[in-house]
Write a protein that binds this ligand. Structure first.
Ligand code: NAP
Ligand code: G4F
Length: 356
C-alpha cells in the first residue's frame, strides 16, 4: 500500500459518510466526497468539518456526482487518485425501495458495479492499488434461515433494496477474484445515531419523544412493532469499515452487536427516559408496513472481533438514551440525565458547497 492517505467516499452527506469523514480526517487522511447537486443544501451532517477549499488547512473536498452517472464517477476517480474508496451511497430506505425499485437498484447495484469497473480500469492502467469498501447490509439475510447470522449464512433478500445489495456484494467478490482488487464487503447490521435519517424507525421514535415533551406532537404513527433488530452505534461501525481496508488481505465481515431487541423495547426505553408510557402515544398506520418484512436480525461479529480487533462500545440502552438526549437538545430542552450535546452537526460554520 502506498503512503498516500487519500480517501474517496460516496454517500458522504449520509449518517455513515459524516462519521467516516470525521474519523478519516482524525487519522490524517485527505478526504474527498461525492455529493449530489440539490436545489437546497443537504450537507448539514458535514458542514461542521468543512473548510473553504481555498484555505491551506482544507482536507475535505467535495465533488458533484451521482452513482447513476458512471462517466462522472470515472472522472472523479482520475482526478482524486484515492487509495481507498468507501461506497456508502445508496437509496437506503427499505420501505421506499418498494415504491422506487428501479432507482434503488440503479443506485445500489449498478452504482457499485460502475465504481468497480472504474477501479478495475484505473488500477490496470496505472498499476496503483485502490482499496474498495462496499456497504453491505444485514437486510441481505432477510428471511430467517440461521441465527445468529454470520458471513456464511445464505442470503434471502426480501426487498428491492436488499436484492440490489446482494448483487453489489457478489460483484465485489467477483471483482476481487477476477481482477485481484482489494475489495471488501462489510455486512453491517442496523446502526443508529443522532444523525440517523428521520424516517428510520429509531430516529422517528426519538425525535417524536422530544417533540411530545415539547408539546408539538401528540401521536406517533408506526407500522410493524414486532420485528427485531441488532442495533449498534454508527460511530463504532464506520471504524470497522476502515479496519477492513487496513488488513493484509481483502475479506468480508459481519459487523453487529450480537444482541437483538424488539421495536417495542426501543419504545420502552425511549419513552420511559422522559417518564412517559409509549402506549399513550403510539398509534398504528398501515402505510408503514412493507410488502415483505424482515422479522429477526441478530449478527455474529466473532470474525470482526477476532480478525479486526473490532468491538462495539455502546450498549442498546445507552444508544437509545443518547439519541433521545440529542433530539431533546436539538429542541433546546433539558435532558433527564443532564447530558450535553454529543453531536456537533448543528454547529454549522459553513455550507459545504462546491460551486457557489
Ligand atoms: P443514508 O444516511 O441514507 O445516506 C445515504 C447517502 O447516499 C447520502 O449521502 C445520499 O445523498 C447518498 N446517495 C443516495 N442516492 C445517491 C446517488 N444516486 N448517488 C450518490 N449518492 C447517493 O445511509 P447510511 O445510514 O449513512 O448508510 C450508508 C450505507 O450503508 C448505505 O449504502 C446503506 O445502504 C448501508 N447500510 C446502512 C446501515 C444502517 O443501519 N445505517 C446498515 C447496513 C448498510 P443525499 O444526502 O444527497 O441523499
Ligand atoms: O428503521 P428501519 O426503516 O430500518 P431497516 O428496514 O431495518 O433498514 C435499515 O437497516 C438496514 C440494515 O439491516 C440497512 F441496510 C438499511 O439501509 C436501513 O438503514 O425499520 C426497522 C424496522 C422494520 O421492521 C420496519 O418495518 O422497523 C419497522 N417499522 C415499524 N414502524 C418502521 C416503522 N420502520 C420505519 N422506517 N418507519 C416506521 O414507521
Amino acid at each position: 500500500m502506498s503512503g498516500r492517505k487519500v480517501a474517496l467516499i460516496t454517500g458522504i452527506t449520509g449518517q455513515d459518510g459524516s462519521y467516516l469523514s470525521e474519523f478519516l480526517l482524525d487519522q490524517g487522511y485527505e478526504v474527498h466526497g461525492i455529493i449530489r447537486r440539490t436545489s437546497t443544501f443537504n450537507t448539514d451532517r458535514i458542514d461542521h468539518i468543512y473548510i473553504d477549499p481555498h484555505s491551506p488547512d482544507a482536507k475535505l473536498f467535495l465533488h458533484y456526482g451521482d452513482l447513476t452517472d458512471g462517466t462522472t464517477l470515472r472522472r472523479i476517480l482520475e482526478e482524486v487518485k484515492p487509495v481507498e474508496i468507501y461506497n456508502l451511497g445508496a437509496q437506503s430506505h427499505v420501505r421506499v425501495s418498494f415504491d422506487s425499485p428501479e432507482y434503488t437498484v440503479d443506485s445500489v447495484a449498478m452504482g457499485a458495479l460502475r465504481i468497480l469497473e472504474a477501479v478495475r480500469d484505473y488500477q490496470q492502467r496505472t498499476g496503483i492499488e485502490v482499496r474498495f469498501y462496499q456497504a453491505g447490509s444485514s437486510e441481505m439475510f432477510g428471511k430467517v434461515i440461521e441465527v445468529p447470522q454470520k458471513e456464511t449464512t445464505p442470503f434471502y433478500p426480501r426487498s428491492p433494496y436488499s436484492c440490489a445489495k446482494v448483487y453489489a456484494h457478489w460483484q465485489t467478490i467477483n471483482y476481487r477474484e477476477s481482477y485481484d482488487l482489494f475489495a471488501c464487503n462489510g455486512i453491517l447490521f442496523n446502526h443508529e445515531s443522532p444523525r440517523r435519517g428521520e424516517t428510520f424507525v429509531t430516529r422517528k421514535i426519538t425525535r417524536a419523544v422530544a417533540r411530545i415533551v415539547e408539546g408539538t406532537q401528540k401521536k406517533l404513527y408506526l407500522g410493524n412493532l414486532d420485528s427485531k433488530r441488532d442495533w449498534g452505534y454508527a460511530k463504532d461501525y464506520v471504524k470497522a469499515m476502515w479496519m477492513m481496508l487496513q488488513q493484509e488481505q481483502p475479506d468480508d465481515y459481519v459487523v453487529a452487536t450480537g444482541e437483538t431487541y424488539e421495536i417495542k423495547e426501543f419504545l420502552d426505553i425511549a419513552f420511559s427516559h422522559v417518564n412517559l408510557d409509549w402506549h399513550d402515544y403510539v398509534a398504528f398506520d398501515p402505510r408503514y408496513l412493507r410488502p415483505a418484512e424482515v422479522d429477526l436480525l441478530i449478527g455474529d461479529p466473532t470474525k470482526a472481533k477476532q480478525k479486526l480487533g473490532w468491538s462495539p462500545s455502546v450498549t442498546f440502552e445507552e444508544l437509545v438514551k443518547l439519541m433521545v438526549n440529542a433530539d431533546l437538545i436539538n429542541l433546546n430542552l433539558p435532558t433527564p440525565d443532564g447530558s450535553q450535546r454529543e453531536d456537533n452537526t448543528l454547529n454549522r460554520r459553513n455550507f459545504a458547497t462546491i460551486v457557489d
